[in-house]
Design a protein around this ligand. Sequence first.
Ligand SMILES: Cc1cc2nc3c(=O)[nH]c(=O)nc-3n(C[C@H](O)[C@H](O)[C@H](O)COP(=O)(O)OP(=O)(O)OC[C@H]3O[C@@H](n4cnc5c(N)ncnc54)[C@H](O)[C@@H]3O)c2cc1C
Length: 381
Amino acid sequence: MSFYDVIVVGGGPSGVSAAKSSALNNSKVLLLEKCPTIMANKPCGEASSQETLKTAGVKPTPQIVLRRAKALVFAPNMNSIEIDQIGYALNKSMLIQAIAEQAAEAGAHIKVREEVKEVGKASDGHMLVKTLHGEYKAKVVIGADGYNSTVAKCLGINEKSEPIPTVQYVMANCDLEYPDYVRFYLGNEIAPGGYAWIFPKDDRIAEVGIGVRGGPAKFYLDKFVKLFEKELKKAQIIDYRGAPVPIGGMIKQNVVDGAILVGDAAGTVIPLTGAGIHSSIAAGLIAGEVAAKASMEGNNSKHRLEEFNERYNEHWGERIKKSLKAMRSIEKLSDDDLNTLQKILNAEDILDLSNGFDLKKVALKLLKHPILATKLAKALL
Ligand SMILES: Cc1cc2nc3c(=O)[nH]c(=O)nc-3n(C[C@H](O)[C@H](O)[C@H](O)COP(=O)(O)OP(=O)(O)OC[C@H]3O[C@@H](n4cnc5c(N)ncnc54)[C@H](O)[C@@H]3O)c2cc1C
C-alpha cells in the first residue's frame, strides 16, 4: 500500500490544477485518471478568457491558444451584440497537458488508466482509495472526477447540481462567415432553456454545439445546423459527443471529513454561460493548497477543509450565485423579450449578467423599460 498526503481523483482542468498546487505546497500527491490520457476526455467548446491562462499560470502559446476571438451574442431574431473583449479558442488538451507538466515538475505522481472504484475512511483516520489495480492511502482526497463523481457517490454525497444536457459536433470544411468570433445563439425555438454555439478552431473547423432543457438536444442541434446552409452545407462531422453540464450552482456539501470536491463534481460552472474551465482551475488550485496544508497539520476534518469554501466563495462562489440568479430570470423570457433585451443591453451588460459580475447595474438600466422592469429587472435586484 502506498501512502500520500493528498490523492486527486480525475485529471481534467480541476484535477491537474489541484495536483500542481498540492505539490507546490510540499505535499506528496498522487493524481489518478481513469482514461489512457489526461487530455481531452470530455467534449468541450474550449472557449475561455485570457484570465484563465493567467490563473492557470500557463503561457498563451500557439499550441494552447488556437485563435484570439471576439464574441457575438444573437437574439432569436438574429440581431446581435458584439463583445469586443478578446477571448481564446483553446486547445484544451494542450492546456491540461501544460498544467500536468507543471504538476509533475513540482513532484506530483500521475497515473493514467487508473480508475478509482472506491473511496472511504480507513480505521486509522486516513482516506482509503481503491482502483482496479491497487490501494492507496492519503490524508485528504480531492474529488475532481467530473459531474458523475465516483468520489461523491462513495462518500455519500448525493446532492447534484442541476445538469443541462449538451451535444456538440466538431465540423470540418466549414465556410465560416465569422471565423474570428465565437457565436452564441439564444431563443426558445433554437435552444429552449439554453443556447447554441459556433466556436471556430481555425478558418475551416468549428465546434458547433447546443445545450437545451426540456427537449432532445441532438434534435435541436441538427435543426440549428440546418439554419447555416451556406456556412455548414459542405461541412463534415468529425467528432460527435455529449455530456451534462452542471448549471444549477455549487452543491452545498462539497466538503466532508477527508475530502473536497472541485470543478464539475462540485458544480462550479458559471450557470448562464456553462463555462467551467476557468472556475474549475481556480477551484483546483485553492483545494490543492488547502489539502496540502491540512495534511501537514494532520487535520483532515471537514472543519479544517472548509477553508476551501471560505476562499473559493469570496470571488467564485459569489459569481456562480449571481450568474445562477441571472439565468433563472432570463430563462422565463419569451423570444420577443429576448429580442427587446438585445436592443437595450450593451456588451458590458452582457458580461455583467452572464459572468455574475454586476447584476444591479443591469437591473437599474432595465427598470426604465415598461415590460422588462417587471419581467427581469426586479428579479435581478
Ligand atoms: C459540450 C460541452 C461544451 C463545453 N464548453 C465549454 C467552453 O467552451 N468553455 C468552458 O469554460 N467550459 C465549457 N464546458 C465545461 C467544461 O468542460 C467543464 O466545466 C470542465 O471541463 C470541468 O473540469 P473538471 O476538471 O471539473 O471535470 P472534467 O473535465 O469532467 O474532468 C474529470 C476527469 O476525471 C476523470 N474521471 C472520472 N471518473 C474517474 C474515476 N472514477 N477515476 C479516475 N478518473 C476519473 C475523467 O476521465 C476526466 O478526465 C463545456 C462542457 C461541455 C460538456
